[in-house]
Design a protein around this ligand. Structure first.
Ligand code: AMP
Length: 215
């Protein structure tokens, strides 16, 4: 089973993808995580994309398609959760070809709908466990009082440099300009389903579970 989680920055795609990884034998392919890893390890790609990502702009299709192709061909799984990819129509076409070449298909494209104003608040209060990637939020999911990640016990947390209001506005603009056309693209293919991303994390997870059970 292969699915796409589609939604603006802060919609909860990463959080829900992690839930699915734990619940089903699926692998999360997050181009954002791959690009951040490339930056941390100082690769050529990492150096090339640092400024673009900090500003909240989109990295080139060529780079992200290359990263997805590499992971798709090397990682073995019962299914993939595409998180933050595709973000442009060119990327959507490339993914379609990649799956077709492998004799696979997309089972669902799940759009997570969240109000713009809620997104700003979500993104600016966000922090992440440096070890396992568990996501926290100052208001809705504060870091545990003992300072240890509830998932892995690590005491190190990071704040994404692009999770500030200015970069967020650029990311939201990129979403509406370049990524939201994918809603119509997948709707026309009969693959689009929407969930209320404003609901509690568990309720969103339940809605996604229902969709996957019916797919
Ligand atoms: P994310 O973690 O998905 O919010 O992505 C963080 C940043 O990485 C984005 O703001 C872009 O700069 C870059 N990025 C991630 N995925 C893509 C993609 N599919 N296409 C272009 N840029 C991407």
């Amino acid at each position: 089973m292969n699915i796409i989680l589609l939604g603006p920055p802060g919609a909860g795609k990463g959080t829900q993808a992690r839930r699915l990884v734990d619940a089903r034998n699926m692998v999360q392919l997050s181009t954002g995580d791959m690009l951040r890893a490339a930056q941390s390890s100082g690769t050529e790609i990492g150096k090339k994309v640092a400024g673009v990502m900090a500003r909240g702009e989109l990295v080139t299709d060529e780079i992200v398609i290359g990263l997805i192709e590499e992971q798709f061909s090397t990682v073995k799984a019962d299914g993939f959760i595409f998180d933050g990819f595709p973000r442009t129509l060119a990327q959507a076409d490339a993914l379609g070809h990649l799956l077709a070449r492998a004799g696979q298909k997309l089972d669902a494209v799940i759009e997570m709908k969240v109000d713009d104003e809620a997104l700003v608040a979500r993104v600016t209060g966000r922090s992440t466990c440096a070890n396992c990637g568990e996501v926290y939020h100052d208001v809705t999911k504060p870091q545990p009082a003992d300072g240890k990640c509830s998932n892995c016990g690590s005491t190190e947390f990071t704040h994404r440099p692009d999770d500030n209001e200015e970069s967020f506005r650029t990311r939201l603009l990129a979403y509406y300009r370049d990524t939201s056309p994918l809603i119509g693209y997948y709707y026309a293919k009969g693959q689009h389903v929407a969930v209320d991303g404003m609901a509690e994390i568990d309720a969103v997870a339940a809605a996604i579970r229902d969709i996957l059970d019916k797919s």
